[in-house]
Design a protein around this ligand. Structure first.
Ligand code: 5GP
Ligand code: ZN
Length: 113
């Protein structure tokens, strides 16, 4: 297993976890871009949203809802937050294991850079 986020999900690489569930893990980003910056990942290795299929529909629904739960747990539900899925080079995806960014705690610019 060479994937960084598979290793974090398996506990082989430490991370500051927010959620640890049978099919999902959430942990604080190592290089946060906002006061709250958490990544939610499926334990299953999926490269990105473009590589997901209908068999992952329920899992992806749980991933989104977990993002909202993380926002509540980190205190940004009411002030507002952003959920981001980067896919591929133009989006700047740097880890090829699907991850949902939960960003909050400051005003977030739009459109993103
Ligand atoms: P991407 O650019 O692929 O959408 O997001 C990858 C994110 O993973 C980046 O925000 C980066 O800071 C974060 N990241 C990269 N390596 C590690 C790591 O080893 N631990 C944690 N917690 N976050 C990481
Ligand atoms: Zn992986």
């Amino acid at each position: 297993m060479t994937c960084l986020f598979c290793k974090i999900a398996a506990g082989e690489i430490p991370a500051n976890k927010v959620l640890d569930e049978p099919d999902l893990v959430a942990f604080h980003d190592l290089n946060p871009k906002a006061p709250v910056h958490v990544l939610v990942i499926p334990r299953e290795h999926i490269a990105n949203i473009a590589a997901a299929g209908p068999e992952q529909e329920a899992l992806l629904g749980r991933l989104l809802l977990a993002g909202a739960r993380v926002a509540a747990a980190t205190g940004v539900r009411d002030s507002g937050f952003r959920l981001v899925l980067n896919a591929g080079p133009n989006a700047g995806q740097s880890v090829d294991h699907l991850h949902l960014h939960v960003l909050g705690g400051r005003s977030l610019g739009w459109p993103p850079g």
